[in-house]
Design a protein around this ligand. Structure first.
Ligand SMILES: Nc1ncnc2c1ncn2[C@@H]1O[C@H](COP(=O)(O)OP(=O)(O)OP(=O)(O)O)[C@@H](O)[C@H]1O
Ligand SMILES: [Mg+2]
Length: 268
């Protein structure tokens, strides 16, 4: 299925380059993250895992342009980040929908802000309603929907802006296991169809192995007495259609789990 309007070209998936990134919050005794370097290819799907407090959200918020950097450089599509931008779509755990707008109006919000024509807005809205399976509830308001449906609206609303990069911070964390599995498959399909670059933070190691081309394992943080940093990067060499019951899948899970927990019991 063709996802985008022929009258408006989507942003092309963008490469993300992070070099020597450090962040010290005002008044904090030390750096929350330091020495972070990552080179994410255009169209790549990267998951970020690591213990609580290691700086995953901080990293994502910097990529979103919600936080400034203290040291180092971050660029998206060869442009240094200087604040939030429509080419970077952000989806967090709380859906952030506009409660006074219908499902369709929420999805069409970005194109409307971009002053697209009414037929273009309608076309994009209809396509994304169809893609996330919400055409039948297009006139409903967010509070009338289940958590999984609201999260679908949030994803569709961001993707309706044809972002070059999709930044997701535990987007499925509040969903039940079944809905979560559905959403993972949905997101993977959307990624295949749009080839948008995705940075996805999760506590679910199986979720990361299922979704990612590469898994970035972060470590450290205030509880460990050192800044958050990248401990290792694991490339997931599994087919596009992944089966979480195979020995190969489980070997990746065990390897990443060991990396996440490594050193947790050591004195710091
Ligand atoms: N606005 C802020 N002001 C001061 N310190 C902050 C701020 N935001 C985050 N921090 C600190 O930065 C560190 C990293 O926090 P961050 O939220 O990025 O961790 P996380 O890996 O996302 O954790 P979790 O898995 O619990 O979501 C923590 O020590 C936190 O207290
Ligand atoms: Mg976080």
């Amino acid at each position: 299925m063709k996802i985008y309007s022929t009258r408006r070209r989507p942003n092309r998936p963008a490469r993300i380059v992070i070099d020597g990134l450090g962040k010290r919050f005002p008044g904090a005794p030390g750096f929350a993250v330091d020495g972070v370097g990552l080179d994410i290819a255009a169209g790549e799907f990267v998951c970020v895992v690591g213990a609580s407090g290691c700086g995953k959200s901080t990293l994502l918020r910097i990529l979103a342009g919600f936080e400034t950097t203290t040291t180092g450089t971050v660029s998206v599509g060869d442009e240094p980040i200087s604040g939030p931008g429509p080419e970077r779509g952000v989806v967090f755990q709380d859906y952030g929908l506009f409660p006074w707008l219908t499902v369709a109006e929420n999805i069409g919000y970005g194109p409307k802000q971009a002053r697209m024509t009414r037929p273009d807005i309608a076309e994009i809205t209809d396509r994304w309603l169809d893609t996330v399976g919400l055409t039948r509830v297009r006139q409903s308001f967010p509070h009338q929907l289940s958590g999984g449906m609201q999260q679908r609206v949030a994803i569709a609303r961001v993707l309706a802006n044809s972002p070059a990069v999709l930044l997701m911070d535990e987007p499925f964390g509040a969903l039940d296991a079944l809905t979560r599995t559905d959403m993972q498959a949905e997101l993977k399909r959307i990624h295949r169809e749009t080839a948008v670059t995705v940075v996805f933070v999760t506590h679910g190691i199986d979720e990361a192995v299922y979704l990612a081309d590469r898994v970035v394992v972060m470590a450290g943080g205030a509880a460990h007495g050192n800044p958050g940093h990248v401990r290792d990067i694991v490339e997931i060499d599994l087919p596009g259609e992944r089966d979480s019951t195979t020995p190969e899948f489980n070997a990746y899970k065990r390897r990443i789990d060991a990396l996440v927990h490594q050193g947790n019991h050591a004195a710091v």
